[in-house]
Design a protein around this ligand. Structure first.
Ligand code: ZN
Length: 347
């Protein structure tokens, strides 16, 4: 029997307000300044302090450890960065960890390792299993819709991941440690189907949408570990385009927008249900047009034309970008199709 266990996850209301009544005291809240304004009122005299995340650089964070006030538990409140830094502190100090994601943007709350940067490159380090993850409906519904909806990227990306895995396998290019595994693919497909069936609820960020997407993220967050540190069934060309856009433009993104663009481009390259994936992205209310990410079509073209070199240089696992010879004509098709998909659509 395959292990697909995820972290204990609790749905409800007033979940942040309840934390001071049971976490080990004094407690440190790891968060962002703008979020602290909203949530500070929930914490009492046992607060060791708020810690505001200002870096996810692994070496800088090691130095931050010495400056932390004495505390007996860590509470992460926020998105990917706050939750990842909370993991790092809990791991370094061997303290109990409680996580409260404030949006559905990424699956960080549900993964064991933290995506820190070392000399600018992402590395997944440390190990932290929280006592529980608290998903508060009111808190999630208070986040910007674009941030919540774009969280579908963490699940729809399974589609391009599987296409890449098959592609590599058929060419004998699959990593020896990660041979193609149909059972893993089927399990991920089952999770993705729940999200595809709930796109309207996710767009509306209603309770059903939140439960569906967060349960899917709960599975996906733990899947890397559960599959023996194998990411093949959960990530591929989808995220690779995002990494390239980040690398070439130097911009900060709402994770789900460039990843969803990557899902469309990846499925188009694989010639595998591309229109269906694009329709799903539009239906969920995620805008993948470059202007919505504060970049241009030229930036997208530049990344696409360089993908072959980028994935090889970055040492990413083998997929369609390792071979596809992308020209400007293909980039133009991507642009035309994406623009057509949003014509007359109100987001
Ligand atoms: Zn992601």
């Amino acid at each position: 029997m395959r292990n697909s266990a995820g972290f204990t996850t609790i749905f409800g209301r007033n979940l942040i307000g309840e934390l001071p009544n049971f976490v080990h005291q004094p407690y440190l809240v790891v968060t962002m300044p703008d979020l602290w304004e909203m949530f500070a009122r929930h914490f009492d005299e046992n607060l060791a302090g708020p810690y505001f995340v200002h870096t996810i650089d692994g070496d800088e964070l090691r130095e931050e450890l010495a400056k932390l006030p004495p505390c007996r538990s860590i509470i992460g409140v926020g998105g990917g960065q706050a939750l990842d830094v909370a993991k790092y502190f809990a791991w370094s100090l061997q303290l109990p960890l409680f996580q409260a994601p404030t949006s559905m943007s990424v699956n960080a709350a549900f993964g064991h390792r933290a995506g820190l940067r070392f000399q600018g490159n992402v590395r997944y380090v440390c190990w932290a299993a929280p006592e529980a993850v608290y998903v508060d409906f009111d808190v999630i519904q208070n986040a910007p819709p674009v941030v919540n909806r774009s969280g579908i990227c963490e699940i729809l990306c399974y589609y391009t991941a599987h296409a890449d895995w098959r592609y590599a396998s058929e060419r004998g290019k699959c990593e020896v440690k990660w041979p193609y595994d149909e059972a893993l693919v089927e399990e991920a497909q089952g999770v993705m189907a729940t999200v595809m069936d709930a796109l309207d609820d996710i767009r509306a960020v209603n309770e059903k949408g939140i439960r569906t997407l967060m349960q899917a993220n709960r599975w996906g967050g733990a899947a890397f570990h559960n599959a023996g540190w194998n990411p093949r069934h959960i990530e591929g060309a989808d995220h690779f385009l995002f990494y390239a856009l980040e690398y070439y433009t130097g911009k900060k993104f709402i994770h789900g927008q460039p990843v969803c663009l990557g899902i469309y481009v990846g499925s188009l390259l694989h010639d595998d249900k591309a229109q269906e994936m694009l329709d799903a992205i539009v239906r969920a209310g995620v805008d993948i047009r470059p202007e919505a990410m504060d970049i241009t079509w030229d930036d997208v073209s530049h990344a696409l034309l360089n993908m072959r070199e980028f994935v090889r240089q970055a040492g990413l696992w083998y997929g369609i970008y390792h071979e596809a010879e992308i020209d400007q004509a293909f980039a133009d098709i991507v642009r035309a199709n994406v623009e057509a998909a949003y014509e007359g659509v109100t987001l």
